[in-house]
Design a binder for this molecule. Structure first.
Ligand code: FUL
Ligand code: CA
Length: 635
């Protein structure tokens, strides 16, 4: 039998074992199973990838969290170009922008009359600028959607922690929801409460967030003005946090969650069959920090690393939210743009041609002509293959045109009917033998399987192994991946940063301190938690006498419950490694939560060759101290 005749016979239902069991009368659609998405959640699931933009006072103070006492005069981008920023996102294949209208420091990027702590009092456009509006218009010009982040925590506001601040916060929401057209997302940050400026009080204020904000009423306020905006992430919001800031969704990552306040471990994987449709958004930054820091220019993720992020977010049915921090000019650095373009091109090319097009689909059971197997090939997410209610573990086979090796498989469920498949396998017939390519739990919005090597199969089948209800599969597609073009490693553009490459560890209170000097955030120096009686210390030789104005310390960004960064430091310098001069001592602000690089300036720059750092406590209770990197700067 020629390949063509075989395929024609299958199409006509004549091949052995492929007889479709069509019902005599048109059959009704299956009933939804379990929780199902709202219209705005459904629209959100189709976005797949979008950008986060962290741009504010911190860009100009080189911090990750501002204290709230920063002068608006500091906000002064020299060459703000919203089209360039949006263009970078678009090159990366991102379909929307979520901008930090206000971060924890309270500085507002739009000309609000609700506070003086805003762009009206900055030198940018002589106080006549509106970064939110300019970004919004640029996004729309480029055909991208627009959304906003508004930090609930406000370390500037004098009333933070009291009812008056919640009134203020609600007014901010109304301004943002009514001035900037349709928003697709509204982001409430979980980081909330702690020390801050608070109008000059300079104290610590703790709140009980769910009670203080009354989240359901705040979410309703957003939806009143923006019915299609998905809110992130308190209980009752449309989308949830994935439980880490490293861009890793669980495998599986169910879009359903129990109806109780967020639990981090549940958030990463979701809970099968739980009552809330509360899907995960997977976020991370293209750089270690959320805000731009010149000394992270050499630490931009590679295009291949972004493909890994795609595989650990989009491919597990969650949306990927990739942060791109504009620099002090108000632009995305050239290197980051090159990385985005390479990543975007690779994804575009990988998914440009569905190799299953032209295949013939057959199934072990079919609900009726409206739910025929071919519905998985029609490129329409609203049509799907299904089976009679009683058939929950059927098989769907694609008879693929020859000569089409593939290494990516994309399967989608028809989400309005809920997540129906619990476990499935994909198998391929290669050289006459069926082999199992992969087994997973959860399909959901989509499941993309990347094979270790291309497969040339005569037939490919989806085997539903376990399901509480008949399936509703809207797509079964095959692709051949295109690897991203490598981008030459970045160079640091900041001449004041001293590279620790070539430095040596002279002494350390525990082995492994070389990991501090490799400019690699994933390798760490880890040792038992120090105390005042038994401090940890490390002595570094920078190779030559030079001007040193301060040091930087990067915590380990993947802390386990038993490891924490240092709470504070004592730093000394030396010209000869024997005679030491104190250069400073203090606590790292917010290191336990933000886990961002700390830049500590000495009282004045010194001439020195050696640095000695001493740590006497961890930032939160933990058995171990862990530090990823150390560095220094000259100015
Ligand atoms: C966190 C914040 O504390 C970070 O600064 C950043 O905005 C990130 C997206 O969320 O909770
Ligand atoms: Ca390291």
């Amino acid at each position: 039998m020629t390949d063509l005749t075989r395929r024609t016979m299958i199409a006509a239902g004549l091949a052995a074992g492929a007889t479709p069991a069509f019902a005599a009368t048109p059959t009704a659609a299956p009933k939804p199973w379990g929780a199902t998405p709202s219209a705005r959640q459904l629209a959100w699931h189709r976005r797949e990838r979008y950008a986060f933009i962290h741009f504010s006072i911190n860009t100009f103070t080189d911090r990750e969290w501002g204290y709230g006492d920063e002068s608006p005069a500091l906000f002064n981008p020299t060459d703000f170009d919203p089209d360039q920023i949006v263009g970078a996102a678009k090159a990366g294949g991102l379909t929307g922008i979520v901008l930090t209208a206000k971060h924890h420091d309270g500085f507002c990027l739009w000309p609000t009359l609700l506070t003086e702590h805003c762009i009206r009092n900055s030198p940018y456009k002589h106080g006549k600028g509106d970064i939110v509006g300019e970004m919004e218009r640029a996004a729309r010009r480029a055909g991208l959607s627009f959304g906003l982040y508004l930090s609930p925590w406000d370390r500037n506001h004098p009333e933070y922690g009291r009812p008056a601040y919640v009134d203020y916060y609600r007014k901010q929401i109304v301004e943002l929801c009514t001035r900037y057209g349709e928003l697709f997302e509204f982001w409430f940050d979980g980081a909330n409460g702690g020390d801050g400026y608070y109008g000059g009080a300079r104290e610590t204020r703790q709140i009980d967030a769910p009670k203080y904000y009354n989240w359901p009423s705040i979410i309703a306020l957003v939806h009143q003005h923006q019915p299609m905006a998905c809110t992130f992430d308190p209980l009752g919001s449309d989308i949830r946090w994935v439980g880490n800031e490293d861009g890793i969704a669980g495998d599986p990552c169910w879009p359903t969650m129990p109806d109780h306040p967020y639990v981090q471990a549940e958030g990463n994987s979701g809970v099968r069959g739980a009552p809330l449709w509360w899907p995960a958004e997977t976020n991370t930054s293209i750089r270690p920090g959320w805000f731009y820091h010149a000394d992270e220019d050499a630490k931009v993720k590679s295009p291949a690393r972004l493909v890994q992020f795609f595989d650990e977010s989009v491919a597990r049915g969650t949306n990927m939210h990739l942060n791109l921090p504009p620099d002090r000019r108000g632009r995305i650095a050239d290197h980051d743009v090159a990385v985005l373009r390479s990543f975007g091109d690779a994804i575009r090319a990988s998914f440009a041609t569905d190799l299953a097009q032209g295949a013939v689909a057959s199934a072990s059971a079919t609900r009726g002509p409206a739910f025929a197997p071919a519905k998985v090939l029609d490129g329409n997410r609203d049509t799907y293959w299904s089976t009679p209610d009683t058939v929950t573990t059927p098989t769907l086979t694609l008879d693929v045109p020859p000569g089409r090796p593939f290494d990516l498989i994309r399967i989608r469920e028809h989400l309005p009917l809920g997540v129906r498949v619990t476990r499935f396998a994909v198998e391929a017939e290669v050289g006459g033998t069926w082999q199992r390519l992969a087994t997973h739990a959860c399909i959901g919005a989509q499941r993309i399987i990347r094979l270790p090597a291309p497969v040339s199969a005569r037939r490919v089948r989806l085997v539903i192994l376990e399901a509480p209800a008949c399936p509703a599969i809207s797509e079964f597609a095959l692709f051949r991946s295109v690897a991203p073009v490598p981008v030459a490693p970045p160079k640091s553009s900041d001449p004041t940063v001293l590279s620790p490459r070539g430095w040596t560890v002279v002494a350390a209170s525990a082995p492994g301190a070389e990991a501090l000097l490799d400019i690699d955030g994933s390798t760490v120096w880890s040792l038992p938690a120090p105390s005042a009686a038994s401090p940890a210390s490390v002595t570094l030789d920078t190779g030559k006498a030079q001007t040193i104005a301060g040091f930087s310390l990067t915590p380990w960004r993947h802390p386990t419950p038993d490891a924490a960064p240092p709470r504070g430091y004592r730093v000394e310098t030396s010209g000869d490694g024997r005679h030491w001069t104190p250069a400073g001592e203090g606590e790292f602000p917010n290191i336990a939560y933000a886990l961002s690089t700390q830049r500590i300036a000495f009282a004045a720059p010194v001439q020195a060759r050696f640095l000695r750092l001493t740590f006497t406590a961890v930032a939160k209770p933990a058995a171990k101290l862990a530090i990823a990197d150390l560095g220094a700067f000259t100015r």
